[in-house]
Design a protein around this ligand. Sequence first.
Ligand SMILES: [Zn+2]
Length: 274
Amino acid sequence: MTILCYHAIDTAWSSPLAVRPDAFAAHCAWLAAHRRLVDLEEAVERMGASGRLPRRTVAVTFDDGFASLYDEALRVLRDHDVPATVFLVSGTLSSEPQSVDWVDTPVPDTLRTLTADQIAAMRSQGIRFGSHSHTHRDLTSLTDQECLADLTTSRGILEDLLEEPVRMLAYPRGLHDERVRRLAARAGFTHAFALPERREQAGPYSIPRVGIYRGNGVRTVQVKVSPWYLSVRTGRLAPVLGSIRGPGRNGRADHRGDGPGAGRFGARHTARFG
Ligand SMILES: [Zn+2]
């Protein structure tokens, strides 16, 4: 099984995070025809103790809670009967909402995050929601107290809004370590999702996902949902494939995220996004 991670579905925002609506519709049509699409809850229920998931099934998630999910993605998800979970930055829902200050690329004035009304409308159509932290900071850079406060605040705000338990967390930028995983459990989450680029021990608090970015066509999605994709991407072959394809655009050793230039094997490293 593969858990996909999208961000925005947006024509106007020329960010790697913003998949074009027509491309997204093509992805969903292909996935609906060729894979068993499952709800994230079902995915984690079926996940073994090792963190491995059944083959040929796909779950779809979205990080950051951009308003384009309501404007563009919802209709497509409904048309193809694709279950989806959206991870919200709860700070964007507080009385003085946080602006989108966590992405690396310029943000257009028109970029919005989901409102409480839009979230309610999406829920009534079967979309589920989880936490993507309160402030979208790198949790590994926070003190224990800051990290726990961020995660607890996020879960509290979202549980008040949704009036149901919120047990799923997607780490901002997928970043986590042993300490963050322990604090996620203490904050009351039962499962947490990453975006690994290197080999990571999979488990309930480090469930791997695969990022889909602007420019990824159906063939790239096909590759990214292949059973071997994550192990090749995060395994010993990844640096070899990466070096064949040249350095990432920022040349840093620790850059993360399989961006739109990721190529057929997604092994070319580019900057880590959202
Ligand atoms: Zn994010």
